[in-house]
Design a protein around this ligand. Sequence first.
Ligand SMILES: NC(=O)c1ccc[n+]([C@@H]2O[C@H](COP(=O)([O-])OP(=O)(O)OC[C@H]3O[C@@H](n4cnc5c(N)ncnc54)[C@H](OP(=O)(O)O)[C@@H]3O)[C@@H](O)[C@H]2O)c1
Length: 417
Amino acid sequence: MNTVRHQSSNAFVYCRLLSYSYVTQLRSRSFVLKRIAISEIRSSRSRLLILRMSLSQNRYAPLRDMLQACPHSERLVVPWHFITNGDNPMKHHAFGRTSFVVTDVGFGAWQIGGAWGDVSEADGRAALNAALDAGMTFIDTADVYGDGRSEKIIADVLKARGGTRPMVATKAGRRLNPHVADGYNKANLEGFIDRSLKNLGVESLDLVQLHCPPTEVFYRPEVFAGLDELQKAGKIKGYGVSVSTVEEGLKAIEYPGVLSIQIIYNIFRQRPDHLFFKEAKRRNVAVIVRVPLASGLLSGKITRDTKFASDDHRNFNRHGEAFDVGETFAGVPFEVGLQAVEEVRKLVPAGASMAAFALRWILMNEAVTVVIPGARNAEQAKGNAAAADLAPLSADVMSATREIYERLIAAHVHHRW
Ligand SMILES: NC(=O)c1ccc[n+]([C@@H]2O[C@H](COP(=O)([O-])OP(=O)(O)OC[C@H]3O[C@@H](n4cnc5c(N)ncnc54)[C@H](OP(=O)(O)O)[C@@H]3O)[C@@H](O)[C@H]2O)c1
């Protein structure tokens, strides 16, 4: 993974420029750039050019304006929000082939929408603020999370905070009723996108993801052509697909416009780490990992006696009654999951939470761009942000998790997703 660690007291500008010579040109013209030391780090995979410099806060704005003014032939866009104040301790990655740079742990915003029991608006705001305070620069939401509640809370919080904006990815398609392939036409998608634009209070969506569409959609090029048109029209900056299965992911990335795939990958769902991750990496497709804690099972706090509210999907979708059962506890039968959790617990290093361990396990994989644990309160969001600080897991620990998966879990999930 191409990671860069921030150091305090320095300011960093992340940009993806097509040529270093443009930086030189800028320097010859610019007083601001002449006075700062720039070091270049170019990663082989993503051509991520990092301008590292020490400069005072009041220089951000002129620098931002200058970089924003780069002609398109010289950059893959340099959004101003990659100018950070140097206090951000999190690791960053280029988001696939886009110009976005995101932290390796992001914020899953389903909880602040609905379907997780009672999460008050105050808790939702506090969770998101804690995530942003910790430095997260990626938020995943969907138009259906609380029927727009999640998107609206995100818009409000970002407006109130002002300043640098994180990348916000939303999803479209699940408002269809019935949820069928024919509904995934340009007119419907545009309607959903217009609604998300309004909810999020922006003129263009950073990323829209098809929201686990029926498998048939992956065989309809016209759906992706429609998204290309909406991108050209400026309503979206790019698009990706949230997929249910490895096979859908492999099919989706054959469409050249697909910038990202969102998929379930965790200690209980190890199959993506075969052909799919290899292919995604080869095509420089961003990989967003969802359900990293198997809906909370891998936090180690859930027991046989844990009660879930009637409006929590861990109660109402335990057997796939409302949507794909793979989204609830990663599709692992509850009792089997609890048994495997006890074995995973033995591998967690002293002083670390099991949730942080489970997230670190995911970040061991080079193909992962961003992992998006869902958080219902500030404490969880803070804990999740800290996961990236755990030391890398040893080869022995990684093979022990593999052994647990193969012995207890694989028979329930490996052939299904
Ligand atoms: N089809 C799709 O595209 C799709 C489907 C599912 C999810 N997603 C996205 O992926 C995100 C993550 O998946 P997910 O939320 O379903 O599952 P998850 O991240 O595996 O689990 C979230 C749950 O884990 C627990 N948790 C989180 N952080 C914790 C911490 N630090 N310590 C202890 N417990 C912690 C909480 O459980 P409690 O609530 O019990 O406290 C939380 O509700 C979602 O928010 C959403 O953005 C997308």
